[in-house]
Design a binder for this molecule. Structure first.
Ligand SMILES: NC(=O)c1ccc[n+]([C@@H]2O[C@H](COP(=O)([O-])OP(=O)(O)OC[C@H]3O[C@@H](n4cnc5c(N)ncnc54)[C@H](OP(=O)(O)O)[C@@H]3O)[C@@H](O)[C@H]2O)c1
Length: 316
């Protein structure tokens, strides 16, 4: 598996990361998933304090016993900033919360569940409308000072929201995790349809993709397999766009003698932003299938054909 630098940091991560949101709560199954990823050369694991209410971080930690000495060979990322329903009291609804107390408490919980003394990367999960950049900076300073977090980043943030944080946060923000796939290419499409009234669309991503490229912030693509809708998952009401896109994915996979998953991931790897796909499959065969992308080269033309199929029409 090829490796890449995360942002401008010295962290060397596998080109493809494993997302742990859907890990089984059955420990042996979760360990099989993680083992399959390690066997493919994946060294980067994405968590969040809220996945499974904390249970995903907990089941993951069984891997330390399975592979002694592994902690120093992998990178652990977790996220904070979503306060779950029932916290702090039984009637509290889910809220975004970037307060100092919540950030620090969340990291302490993740470290306990993951059975480790530090996170390699901490992301702010979803923008908090009431964000106080000074408070985020205070939490990051403290977590960094005591060695609990090495590097920081964000998720689902626009360029303006990142710049607002950077008015106070002193550490570099090395990653922005965003939904991106052949089936969900809004981030890229916005740059293509900008200023085109006739298309009836408004750009909503504020040049976030270009901003991250300029600032050397790694874009991590979540949902990169589009939950299987373009690679064989049974869809109850498939629309014509998805059917055509799935057919093209299947055709390219057959032409190149690789899996359909590999074509979907190779589409992300082909983009010059050096995107890191975070695959969420828990199935060992599908993990191996997706990792074939590491040796697939899509041409400029193949990339555009997939882009047009996924967006449901020719570029203007
Ligand atoms: N930052 C955020 O806001 C955010 C949001 C969502 C997710 N994430 C992160 O990103 C990671 C990936 O997200 P994701 O899980 O949505 O991505 P994904 O890789 O696009 O989807 C994985 C899901 O699709 C299913 N799937 C894939 N191919 C299939 C096929 N051919 N047939 C049937 N099912 C298929 C998988 O089932 P199997 O397990 O059976 O293969 C799994 O349930 C997560 O684990 C998490 O770490 C972040």
């Amino acid at each position: 598996m090829n490796q890449m630098r995360l942002g401008d940091s010295p962290l060397q991560a596998s080109r493809i990361g494993l997302g742990c949101m859907r890990l089984s709560d059955v420990q042996s199954q979760a360990v099989s998933t993680v083992r399959a990823a390690l066997d493919q050369g994946i060294n980067f694991f994405d968590h969040a304090d809220v996945y499974g209410g904390g249970s995903r971080e907990q089941v993951f930690s069984a891997i330390w016993e399975d592979r002694p000495g592994l902690r120093d060979q992998v990178l652990l990322q977790s996220k904070c900033g979503i306060r779950r329903a029932g916290d702090p009291d039984a009637h509290s609804p889910t809220r975004y919360d970037f307060s100092y107390e919540h950030i620090v408490r969340s990291v302490e919980g993740s470290l306990r569940r993951l059975q480790t003394d530090h996170l390699d990367v901490l992301l702010l999960h979803r923008p908090d409308a009431l964000v106080e950049p000074e408070e985020v900076a205070r939490a990051f300073d403290e977590l960094h000072r005591v060695g609990k977090v090495r590097f920081f980043g964000v998720s689902n943030h626009t360029s303006a929201q990142i710049q607002l944080l950077q008015t106070c946060v002193r550490q570099p923000l090395i990653a922005n995790q965003l939904e991106l796939s052949v089936a969900h290419s809004q981030l890229i499409n916005d740059g293509i349809v900008f200023n085109r009234d006739d298309l009836g669309v408004m750009s909503r991503s504020e040049g976030t993709l270009e901003f991250c490229r300029i600032r050397k912030i790694t874009i991590q693509a979540w949902g990169p397999l589009a939950r299987g809708v373009l690679s064989g998952s049974a869809v109850s009401n498939p629309d014509a766009r998805m059917e055509q896109a799935a057919a093209l994915v299947a055709q390219l996979a057959a032409d190149k003698g690789v899996s359909r998953e590999a074509i979907l991931i190779a589409w992300l790897l082909r983009h010059p932003a050096r995107i890191q796909p975070i695959i969420g499959t828990t199935n060992p065969e599908r993990i191996a299938a997706a990792c074939q992308a590491d040796r697939v080269e899509l041409t400029h033309e193949e990339w555009y054909r997939l882009f047009e199929a996924g967006r449901g029409g020719r570029v203007p």
